[in-house]
Ligand binder design. Structure first.
Ligand code: FAD
Length: 331
């Protein structure tokens, strides 16, 4: 391996993965550091790309701008790596009361490309859901984040270091950096919520949010679509469902808790009229920001250091568009 490259990428969640792919397409050279001991949010993301979100059913921020970019990026990865990661998915959303129904009727009238009211009748979910509430259907997307990251990691294995990047070992020189004998024009930090440990970017306006998920099996039940009640029920294959998630602004570690497990089970017990088996329970921390917007930032004193962060609850939608913005900024 040569000892002079364009970039060092630190962190290989969806931010680092998408950025590296785009740099690879531009024939840029790089090495990647990713710390196995620092569990990523990406490893438990369900990869939903949901155009209509929140209790008030609002259109996701800049969705029209993000959609073409994410489609183009994920389709290109599918072709280059010969994998299938992007799929369209209906989300059937419980409407809890008349206020919800009225809001839904209004948004589905204004956003016919993303919402319909008449598809739930076709859904298999009716077989297992106890309640008889109305449902709204959102035309959404889902990517397989874990397959995407593992496949890119495999492709980059000759330039991938499964170890923690040690910030204090960077030697910042005029117009480049040196790290463990390697010279690079820039280091791009894609560290998710661990950026608080980065002495160069510890003051980014982060407001991380912990989330917990259960993986459950519902025997003999294989719907195509997703259900959203108080939690999402996302089929991930073989009768297994990703169920989540929760939101917690304190105790920001990767440890699953009894309280959140009880909460999710409580929702499932009320919602489903069939048995389910819990297979796993996981937690992670979303790299959210105070302004709820992504961060693409050059260090004010050292232009060789760059941060790509703040993907919050929407890494799958935001990473493709904002990786391009970052590349434009640093090229
Ligand atoms: C429960 C849950 C459900 C979610 N569901 C969705 C969803 O459906 N759709 C969606 O779009 N988003 C979802 N998200 C949000 C999504 O996971 C994040 O937006 C996204 O994963 C953030 O990606 P990232 O690459 O910025 O950070 P991360 O995925 O956290 O990756 C950061 C990486 O940096 C590495 N790292 C950190 N410091 C160092 C260091 N010093 N040296 C080397 N490596 C380092 C870590 O090991 C890690 O691999 C969910 C999140 C959670 C927690």
């Amino acid at each position: 391996m040569k000892n002079s490259i364009d970039y060092i990428i630190v962190g290989f969640g969806i931010a680092g993965a998408i950025l590296s792919y785009k740099l690879w397409k531009l024939n840029k050279s790089f090495i990647i550091y990713d710390a196995p001991a620092k569990a990523s949010a990406s490893s438990i993301s369900s990869g939903l790309i949901n155009p209509i979100t929140g209790r008030r059913f609002v259109k996701s921020w800049h969705f029209e701008r993000l959609l073409p970019k994410l489609r183009e990026t994920y389709s290109s990865i599918e072709l280059d790596l010969n994998i299938k990661i992007l799929e369209t998915k209906d989300i059937h959303r419980s409407l809890f009361d008349v206020k919800d129904e009225n809001l839904w009727d209004s948004i589905s009238l204004n956003e016919p490309d993303f919402c319909t009211t008449d598809r739930y009748d076709l859904s298999k979910w009716k077989e297992v859901v106890s309640h008889k509430k109305r449902m709204g259907t959102i035309k959404a997307y889902r990517i397989n984040v874990q397959l995407l990251i593992e496949s890119l990691k495999e492709m980059y294995k000759s330039c991938f270091f499964s170890e923690s990047f040690e910030h204090h070992k960077i030697d910042i020189q005029a117009a480049k950096v040196e790290y463990k004998g390697m010279y690079a024009e820039k280091v791009v930090f894609c560290e998710g919520h661990y950026v608080k440990e980065n002495p160069f970017f510890s003051d980014l306006p982060m407001e991380p949010v912990k989330g917990e998920v259960l993986y459950v099996r519902i025997p003999n039940f294989r719907p195509e679509s997703i259900l959203k009640d108080k939690v999402y029920l996302v089929p991930v294959g073989n009768e297994v469902f990703w169920i989540g998630s929760t939101y917690e602004w304190e105790n920001l570690d990767n440890q699953p808790t009894k309280e959140k497990r009880a909460y999710i089970c409580g929702v499932l017990d009320k919602l489903l009229n069939v048995e389910y088996e819990i297979l796993d329970h996981k937690a992670g921390v979303r790299p959210s920001t105070k302004e709820r917007q992504p961060i693409v930032s050059i260090h004010p004193k050292h232009s060789q250091l760059v941060a790509f962060n703040g993907l919050g609850t929407k890494g799958a939608s935001l990473a493709p568009y904002f990786a391009d913005q970052l590349i434009e900024l640093i090229s």
